[in-house]
Design a protein around this ligand. Structure first.
Ligand SMILES: Cc1cc2nc3c(=O)[nH]c(=O)nc-3n(C[C@H](O)[C@H](O)[C@H](O)COP(=O)(O)OP(=O)(O)OC[C@H]3O[C@@H](n4cnc5c(N)ncnc54)[C@H](O)[C@@H]3O)c2cc1C
Ligand code: FES
Length: 336
């Protein structure tokens, strides 16, 4: 166990030998900035003032050569070798709403949803408490570094957790996950993420998922459908996929009787072959373009959540900024 002192904070926190600087901070209630938890976004950078760290992933894209020259490190990829003194600007926004914990878990069920997206249900040894829209880190056997996957059920404190994962061609982690047999074990660390359901928001809800961004949007929709405070809210769900064979989610949402009263589902296909008939309720183009056409001038009236690949997330941010949507009602995760 090592002690980590944030310059000027005077409240050192403890970091276990096998933990990362970021996650130890979050477990200790520190508002340590982060987003992806997997070395890609660079939000968790800190400057090392004193002590020594191990870098878990030397080539992580979240750190530039200039950062390395300035003795900056990624909190999610650093392990303390000694007591540390670090410099970073903390923020209440990042303080964990549920303390992240690590549990072992057993694969209970693997169900194909589309040709390349499957649902994986794990039974944890200890319950995982999380809010709708959050994600966890799964450490898969034989894979270097954990992978981030969003829970797809509504927020709970549950032994059973569900994920929906896209099989990425040549993806090291997703290939191992798709090859797991029921009964095999993984480690799950969570919850993480700030794009969780705001139950006190007084606006209708807009959920936009692209590709593997389906899971957190389903979790949020399910959470909103069962929330007592959101009972009068309409829920608009846009799902961006490539082709008809990628379509997913509508049948899962329809399992809730509430959905028929308050839910609105639009699928948007970016690679639909011209000349082929479109299924009912489907549009073509990119999901942010469909959003602009459907809700354009009214975007500021929604509490907005989205998840998907960085290109989609950037297009969404550009659209929302152009429509002057206040950023405190926008919540998202980029799936690096
Ligand atoms: C917040 C968040 C939530 C996500 N939720 C989902 C979801 O619900 N469903 C889904 O299908 N996908 C989700 N993803 C994407 C998912 O985490 C993986 O990136 C994707 O499955 C590809 O992983 P791979 O191992 O198959 O591919 P690879 O190309 O082998 O690995 C890519 C990912 O692994 C990380 N990585 C690679 N090497 C290392 C290393 N040595 N050490 C540490 N990390 C490494 C990268 O940062 C990147 O995230 C999410 C991503 C993020 C950031
Ligand atoms: S949180 Fe560490 S790089 Fe994204």
């Amino acid at each position: 166990m090592h002690s980590i002192d944030i310059d000027g904070a005077n409240t050192p926190f403890s970091c276990a030998e096998d933990d990362t600087v970021l996650r130890a901070g979050l477990r200790a209630g520190v508002g340590f900035p982060y987003e992806c938890n997997v070395g890609s976004c660079g939000n968790c950078k800190f400057e090392l003032l004193d002590g020594e760290v191990d870098n878990l992933w030397g080539e992580a894209p979240g750190l530039s050569d200039k950062d390395r020259q300035k003795n900056r490190w990624l909190g999610c990829q650093s392990r303390a070798k000694t007591d540390l003194r670090i410099k970073l600007r903390t923020s209440e926004h990042y303080r964990a709403i549920h303390t992240p914990t690590v549990t072992s878990a057993t694969l209970a069920r693997h169900t194909a949803l589309t040709h390349d997206i499957s649902e994986f249900e794990f039974d944890c040894d200890t319950p995982l408490a999380f809010s709708s829209g959050q994600y966890a880190l799964i450490q898969l056997p034989g894979v270097r570094g954990p992978r981030a996957y969003s829970m797809s059920q509504s927020g709970s404190n549950s032994l059973r957790v569900e994920f929906q994962v896209r099989r990425v061609p040549q993806g090291i982690g997703s290939e191992v996950l798709f090859g797991l047999k029921t009964g095999e074990r993984v480690h799950i660390d969570g919850p993480y993420g700030m794009a969780y359901l705001r139950e006190d928001a007084e606006r209708d809800i807009l959920l936009v998922g692209g590709g593997s961004g389906l899971a957190p949007m389903l979790s949020l929709a399910r959470g909103a459908l069962s929330s007592e405070t959101l009972q009068t809210r309409q829920i608009h769900f846009l799902y961006g996929a490539r082709q008809v064979r990628d379509l997913c989610g509508q049948d899962l949402l329809a399992q809730s009787p509430e959905w028929a009263k308050r839910g609105h589902y639009t699928a948007v296909l970016s690679n639909h072959p011209g000349g082929e008939a479109l299924p009912e309720g489907c549009q073509t183009g990119f999901v942010h373009e469909a959003l602009q056409a459907l809700h354009g001038q009214a975007l500021s009236e929604f509490e907005i959540y989205f998840a998907g690949p960085p290109l989609m997330a950037q297009a969404m941010i550009k659209l929302l900024v152009a429509h002057k949507v206040p950023m405190n009602q926008v919540h998202f995760d980029q799936f690096y």
